[in-house]
Each structure stands twice: as structure tokens, then as C-alpha cells.
Design a protein around this ligand. Sequence first.
Ligand SMILES: Nc1ncnc2c1ncn2[C@@H]1O[C@H](COP(=O)(O)OP(=O)(O)OP(=O)(O)O)[C@@H](O)[C@H]1O
Length: 257
Amino acid sequence: MIEVQEFGKRYGRHDAVQRLSFTVAPGQLFGLLGSNGAGKTTTIRALVGLTRPSRGQVRVHGHDVWRDPLRAKASFGYIPDRPHLYGKLTGRETLRFVAGLHRLPDPEREIDRWLEYFRLSAFGNELTETYSHGMRQKLVIIAALLPQCPVLIVDEPMVGLDPQAARQVRELFRDYADRGRTVLLTTHSLPLAEAVCDRLVVLDQGRVLGEGSMDQLRAQTGTVQGGVSGDSLERVFFRLLEEEQRRQATETPAGPA
Ligand SMILES: Nc1ncnc2c1ncn2[C@@H]1O[C@H](COP(=O)(O)OP(=O)(O)OP(=O)(O)O)[C@@H](O)[C@H]1O
């Protein structure tokens, strides 16, 4: 379970996120969408304990991330938007380190299985500083999945992955939720979000433009009757942005004559 209540983050005089609230129940895969600078990473960073909220609460698996950080952090796997690794550890050492943090009793077989799954077995004993971007991304994904935590939090997972790995990852996330766990992901890939997410929230400049299932978003934007491409998430997304731009244009006072 993930609970975000009235979350806001202010940098100086700029509101990166304003009064964002949503809940992701076990079994759900929830997508956080939005243009560049919409506030997606800021929200994720607050949820994983890297950015302190200016207001509101963020709870993971029932634990307030900022009041009870150790319990909260033990309950989720996190895939950041950029894969930071210790370059002087091998891939295998990295995964052993993560397994140790989560006190996994006998991780070797699982580590082998995951390395094989992502075609990294031949590189398991190489230093991660020699890995390509996609290989690093795969290792970070394995590190987040290895402990099989109740919650998975994912920021832009597909960047740098080859098509086969991208498909594997998509299936893994869906499967993770289908096993009764909670998944939150941000992505710019609207087809990915449409294919796997149960519910979505669309952010723009820190504000919520729409929230709900695909059908609820379609109803909100009036594209519910579209048959073929008319009701794609892409169309819904652009409708929401256009409505917001129209709203802003009518609110903005006319400039000097
Ligand atoms: N450390 C920071 N200091 C000041 N402003 C920040 C900081 N981090 C983010 N911001 C601002 O907060 C807003 C939201 O940024 P955020 O990174 O959350 O967007 P995003 O939706 O993840 O965008 P993208 O799709 O480009 O990754 C932006 O206006 C950004 O400039």
C-alpha cells in the first residue's frame, strides 16, 4: 500500500508539486504520468525518503517515510531514473550487498536466476563500472526485485533497455502487482502505461489534471465513445493538457495594452 496525502513540495518560490493525494492498494499497478518538470520524480523521491515534503504525508506499507524511515525503507524496492552503482563492486557483489541489507538467508540461487533472466550471467563477476547503460539499468532492476518487498517504486524504468528487456520488465511489473504487491511507476511511455497500469494520475506543473482508471479518464475527457485510436491514453493525455492550457489562458490577465 502507498498513501500520498496532500503532498506538496516547494523549492524556493516554486511549487514542484501541489496537494497531491492518491492511494495505491495491494494488487494495483499505478502510473504517474506528466510532461517534463510535472513533479513525478519529486513525488517518487519523497516516497523513497530522498526529498522531504514541504507539506502532507507519504506512507509506504503503513509506515510514514519521514517519521519511521527504517521500517518504510525495508518495505519497498526502488528503481531510480538513473542507475547509480558502486563501480568497484561486481554485479554479483552488488546483488549480495542488497541481499545482505534485506537479510535474505540464501540469495545465491536467486541471484543466478536473475542474472540469467536478464542475460547478465557472463558479466556477473565484472566490475559494474565496465557495464553499459542498459546493463546497469538491468542490475538496478534486479536489485529492486531481489528482496521481493511488498511495494515496488519505479522511476522511468525503460530508458536504455533493449526491446527484449523492456518487454520482460513490463511483464515483471504486471506480475509483481498480480501477486498482490503494490507497484508505482512513472513513465513517459504512454503505450506502456496503457498496457500495464490499473490506475493513473496525470500531473502538469505540479498539479493533478486527471486521476483514475483508463475508463474514468476517458469519461473525464469525453473520449469514452472513441472506438479505435479515439480512446487511447495518448489522446486522453493530450486532451487533459489542452484543457489545462485553455484554463490557464482564460485565467491569465491580458498583458499591457
Ligand atoms: N532540487 C531541486 N531544486 C529546485 N527545483 C527542483 C529540484 N528538483 C526538481 N525541481 C523542480 O521541480 C519541478 C518538478 O521536477 P521533477 O524532476 O519532479 O519533474 P518530472 O515530472 O520528474 O520531470 P521529467 O519528466 O523531466 O523527469 C521542476 O520544475 C524542477 O525544476
